[in-house]
Design a protein around this ligand. Structure first.
Ligand code: PGA
Length: 256
């Protein structure tokens, strides 16, 4: 499969923002403005409370629903957690897993993320696996070692048929919510490494099929340069996904 067959994946991670009413109004307005999308996927990740309502108004081809987290168990006494069966039930296509805020604020480990990734495939809610180094790790030359470890623990147990459906988000922690975007070259370097590593863990064909998206201070001003990089197959957007106008411009990136 060539680069052109990896459909661009543009996701809005709304984190702990937007009430049900705000999430619905955004979804309706965005669909009205961008229309049917045949050549890219637009993924909206509202808070758990707004998933059902957003699903209900998501009407156009090309739009997909994602959750921001889940638990790996099917059911049980896990107060405050949401299972993948529940996410499938509400109509989620994807689930964001191992986001740096989950890892670094809530203490999720690589093993937790691996359990979630495996459970997500069992439920056919496809994982968007986030990996990325902290500033001190980059500055001490550990970027690829950190990304390799996070990736390996999370995906080494997957079947090849699952691995090819993966979406991997490279999100350098120092670029998230800081306004400090990785340069297109910095992103390309790590994306290239991730693809090569998928090739080592599985095979070249799978490595070429996996979508690798970039996240960390993506904005209308840098979207086209990022999407021009050969190994960047999409974007995971936080702050700039909260307003329709800026997210719309990101969705409508121009291939340079
Ligand atoms: P940001 O967040 O775009 O606000 O940097 C990205 C993310 O956390 O996924």
């Amino acid at each position: 499969m060539g680069t052109s067959e990896r459909k661009p994946f543009i996701a809005a991670n709304w984190k702990m923002f937007k009430t049900i009413g705000e999430a619905v109004a955004f979804t309706e307005a965005l669909q009205k403005e961008v229309g049917i999308l045949a050549d890219r996927e637009v993924v909206l990740a509202p808070a758990f409370t707004a998933l059902a309502a957003v699903r209900k108004v998501m009407a156009l081809e090309g739009f997909r629903l994602a959750a921001q987290n889940c638990h790996w168990e099917e059911k049980g006494a896990f107060t405050g957690e949401v299972s993948l069966g529940m996410l499938g039930d509400v109509g989620c296509d994807y689930v964001i897993l191992g986001h740096s805020e989950r890892r670094h604020i809530f203490g999720e480990t690589d093993d937790d993320v691996a359990r979630k990734v495996a459970a997500a495939f069992r439920h056919r809610v496809l994982p968007v696996l986030c990996v990325g180094e902290k500033l001190e790790e980059r500055e001490s030359g550990q970027t690829t070692a950190v990304v390799e470890r996070q990736l390996e623990v999370a995906i080494r147990g997957l079947d090849p048929s699952e691995a090819r459906e993966l979406v991997i988000a490279y999100e350098p922690v120092w670029a998230i919510g800081t306004g400090r975007t990785a340069t297109p070259e910095q992103a390309r370097e790590v994306h290239g490494f991730i693809r090569e590593h998928c090739g080592r863990l599985f095979d070249k064909d799978i490595a070429n099929t996996v979508r690798i998206v970039y996240g960390g201070s993506v904005k209308p001003e840098n979207v086209d340069a990022l999407m021009a990089q050969p190994d960047i197959d999409g974007l995971l957007v936080g702050g700039a996904s909260l307003e329709v106008a800026s997210f719309r411009r990101i969705v409508q990136f121009v291939k340079l």
